[in-house]
Design a protein around this ligand. Sequence first.
Ligand code: IVH
Length: 679
Amino acid sequence: MNNDELARRAGDLREVLRHHDYLYHVLDAPDVSDEEYDRLFRELRALEEAHPRLRTTDSPTQRVGGSPLESFQTVEHVAPMLSLDSAQEEGKLRRFDERIRRSLGEGTPVEYVLEPKLDGASIELVYEDGALARASTRGDGIRGEGITENVRTIAAVPLRLRSVDRPVPRLLALRGEVIMRIGAFEELNERLMPSEKMPFANPRNAAAGSLRQLDPGITASRPLDIFVYDILGFAEGTDPPETQSAGLRAIRDWGLAPSEMARRVSSVEEILEYHAELLEGRGDLDYEIDGIVIKLNDLAHRAQLGSTSHHPRWAFAFKFPPRKEISRVLKIVPSVGRTGAVTPIAMLRPVELGGVTVSRASLHNREEVARKDIREGDRVRVQRAGDVIPQVLERLEEPDRRRGRRWRMPDACPSCGFELVERGPFTVCLNSFDCPAQLAGRIQHFASRGALDVEGLGEETARQLVSEGLVRHVPDLYALDVEQLTELEGFAEKSADSLVRAIRESSPVELRRFLHGLGIPEVGAAVSQDLARHFGTLEHLRLASAEELEEVEGVGPKMAEQITAFFDNPRNIALVDQLISGPVELIETEGASDASGAEAPFEDLKFVFTGGLERWTRGEAKELVESLGGRVTSSVSSGTDYVVAGSESGSKLDKAGELGVTILDEEGFAALLEDQVGA
Ligand code: IVH
């Protein structure tokens, strides 16, 4: 190709990639596979590497550049980023509505746009001539911190606006909320847990903390997403939208995702209905919302009402009751996980939190207990966020009560007696192979849904198997017989028989599930899938150097080190060999770079879950679908293939009906899994 042709090819590739980004992030309806996308991306990167002059700053390859900053710069916002007036009481909402109607004058038709109130970190995005020029945190509302390099790493933020459906103004300032989806948040915390880093208390902290990293490389490794809900500023000379609804449509056309589920209404009754619907459906979402936002639709009406120095008079946040409650710590118990980390668990007087009874909450680590100064007997505030494990937020003062002693982490492992060591704020038992608690944890993990998927082998059974000496290491599972199991408490002939059968039937197993089941620190289900796809066989993976491992997307130096360390350990090798030379047959794909057929029967299929399932938690169901190559999204669109409806499912079901999307009940979903996997 000559120079012109090369430049044209690079331009075309950028445009195609941007189009796929739009389909994926905004329309939630990708029309190419990950592999095809990667192929285009690699072609562009290779072109730019061979001809650096073809590189542009808004190229999709240029998301992570820049070296770490010394400090953040202060950036003035294009327009003040105001706060919202908010309340939880219906009366206050009614007064807001009355005030609006009175100010606009009797008889003026009033229309509101309702949106979910996203619980993340608010940022400003400024586009100049269509290119992302800067991004900043909200700060004091007038000035924030410049976090441009970090925001560039968020895949859902286009580096160049789309101009296909409408012209792009010379200057455009947008406001949106950076969020972390709950599943991604849990995976991140799991990844941070074994190292010296502190897990985040909730997705909002994780999003805000990830944005405020001086090293954009760290932000890039954090699964952030964004919804955009407001146009803060617009260049003169172009016609700005006249309503919030038109603004949201424009945001979408420019290639950013507006907040989902916006609705236009004109009465308080409809607002109450929307509030109730979202409150009930909040558990269905894979991100956190803490209320709804009510905004006057007509921008001319807004200008008429104006703002106080704190909040606009035309908007109101009608909040949900918090999922926090007060309880008492009955006892603090150290619990040893499969990686050897010892977590202090607060045993609580049971409380109802967002519809679930909670009697245990994590205190994370030794330093957290000390920092919050939580002792047995204390009155505490407990929080449950989404599907996340409940946590003890803080201690409540009780001046008249004599408190117990400070809690101390024991010196020896409560399970095996091995001396515990400190790793930063964490405490670990290094007796990995011979510590019963770690073994039980590993067995439970090995048998979990995203791994070997052995039904009936949960926490309690794993513990029993270990404490009764029936299983001394994972391969022993396959030697269990019905007679041994019937001796365990809670087992009868029939349940023993089905467990033995379930264990036997867990083989053959796809490589990615097996890998996940090994429980290599930092290696979750998603990475296991990438590794399996990249290396094809266990043998290839096992022989890979750290450098070769890092070629896999999502594998950084730390993870590569964990993987090589795992396969350098003769005891791990012996266990793996014992499994694959005997009871476990691996399904591998030689040199596979495409996940097709048996590897990913759900490839390209999109699922939406609504309502509660009996057999699986939402997280497990998602993991299942993803482990088969499918995707789980939060809202129903014409691109959705299946809506799985559990008990008490709401509006998503109606939407599915309208769009003619196939609806499955839990049984139907189970049958589909069985068909596909032969499980
Ligand atoms: S509009 C001046 N819309 O809530 C009005 N804000 O408690 C601009 N927030 O700082 C805000 N979801 O970060 C708006 N759909 C939404 C929102 C939203 C979440 C945040 C925003 C604001 C905070 C106020």
